[in-house]
Design a binder for this molecule. Structure first.
Ligand code: ZN
Ligand code: ZN
Length: 180
């Protein structure tokens, strides 16, 4: 069983390797990197956003039927994502198919008219990416605002998180890892 990151061509290039390495360090496992082979479905022209849930369904249809379910897969895209009922989402995971997705759109300083900084973007993608992988492993949200598993609703809340799990979530990850 492996941990795979599918880096979509719409995501900023050059950040892949540091992101995959840092996520691997948080999860305590090797994380592989590939170009995303999955077509992005679910574009909503009226909103100018992609339905994250549709992309994960497409992923299930195309990828898992071909290769079987087994790997934990995270797609990283440069398109803005939403799910019905929410203005936007930074990311989404579907543990039943071991798939998740993160958008880099709102993790860039430029989106907020701030000075661009590659390291800020890497930090945020690492936090969001490990968060979604942990959901795939069965971890739920945490109330500790510094923990990876805290659910941020703003960029500031995301920036306030540290790139580690709190001791309680660390124990849950350790328990989940017995199965892989
Ligand atoms: Zn979450
Ligand atoms: Zn926690």
């Amino acid at each position: 069983m492996s941990f795979l990151i599918f880096w979509d061509s719409t995501s900023p290039q050059g950040l892949q390797i540091p992101v995959a390495q840092a996520i691997g360090a948080i999860l305590g496992t090797h994380v592989e990197l590939q170009e995303n082979p999955v077509m992005l479905r679910g574009f909503d022209g009226a909103r100018g956003q992609y339905n994250a849930s549709h992309i994960l369904t497409g992923m299930q249809d195309i990828y898992t039927r071909k290769y079987g379910i087994g790997d934990y897969i995270l797609i990283i895209v440069g398109k803005d994502l939403y799910i019905p009922g929410r203005d936007f989402v930074f990311g989404l995971a579907r543990p039943s198919i071991r798939a998740g997705i993160v958008s880099t759109t709102r993790l860039n300083n430029q989106y907020y008219q701030r000075k661009s900084d590659m390291y800020d973007t890497i930090d945020r993608v690492v936090k969001e990416g490990s968060h979604e992988f942990c959901h795939m492993l069965g971890l739920d949200h945490c109330r500790n605002s510094e923990c990876i598993m805290f659910c941020p609703s703003t960029l500031d809340e995301l920036d306030r998180k540290r790139k580690t799990l709190c001791p309680a979530c660390q124990r849950k990850l350790k328990a989940a890892k017995r199965y892989f």
